[in-house]
Design a protein around this ligand. Sequence first.
Ligand SMILES: NC(=O)c1ccc[n+]([C@@H]2O[C@H](COP(=O)([O-])OP(=O)(O)OC[C@H]3O[C@@H](n4cnc5c(N)ncnc54)[C@H](OP(=O)(O)O)[C@@H]3O)[C@@H](O)[C@H]2O)c1
Length: 239
Amino acid sequence: MEGPCNILITGATDGIGLLLAKSYAARGHRVLATGRRALDDHRTYFGVERIVYLQADQQEPVRAAKLIAETAQKLGWENIDVAILNAAIGWAGSPDQEPARSVQNQIAINLTAPVCIAAEIAPWLFAQKGKLVLIGSTAVKGQGSFATYAATKAGLDGLARSLRAEWRGRAAVQIIHPGPTQTDMHKKAGMSVGLARRLFMRPKRVVAAIERAVRSRSKRVVVTRSYAFFASKSKEGRL
Ligand SMILES: NC(=O)c1ccc[n+]([C@@H]2O[C@H](COP(=O)([O-])OP(=O)(O)OC[C@H]3O[C@@H](n4cnc5c(N)ncnc54)[C@H](OP(=O)(O)O)[C@@H]3O)[C@@H](O)[C@H]2O)c1
């Protein structure tokens, strides 16, 4: 397959999603970027042509999923080559202190929304054997201070395995689990990481690693420091 791809990226207003959207658009692909916030002028915000922005708050998963499908329709997209479901939030602290609202929001945004979005966009993915990419976390194996967040990522891992079986022959399904990365996610989750942040991976490297993983046929990729390092050295391939 030649030419630009149609790429959906959720949570594309900050961190990893923002860099991914800019990177794919800069290489000529058409990007539908979604996020929680309203943007007055998305062209200035992204600074790259070929990005269409849709405000789709995943705190309302069913509505967000329908908005995404409607927008793909309005854009005249006949297929989606790659859908990267990346939007997520965390809450840091002791599980017995976590407000119920925070538990509900993380489950809605990190897990229910990807389930709903995957279902809504399935026809576009099936149209030309596209690829669904779920962004998990190494917290999938369980992580202190991030119990609910880790549970949502474990849920995504299960979703990936189930959809892979359901969609066999129609679309590929991949899950990518990055390790700690220098974005503002921890701060937004209420955690001060201090000097430990220096040990986190650089977002550009993680984005290169995600792009490399998307090009690969791997079903499940854990983004370690060495994977990210070697990924940043190679950019061959259509995507
Ligand atoms: N950073 C890490 O250490 C790390 C490690 C492992 C995995 N990950 C995963 O990597 C992915 C990206 O994380 P990041 O570090 O780039 O985080 P980030 O900088 O906080 O970006 C998260 C993105 O999701 C969006 N988002 C939040 N709530 C939303 C909602 N209700 N509806 C729609 N979009 C919403 C954010 O929008 P706003 O800008 O409006 O908040 C932002 O665009 C996530 O899945 C995360 O779990 C991150």
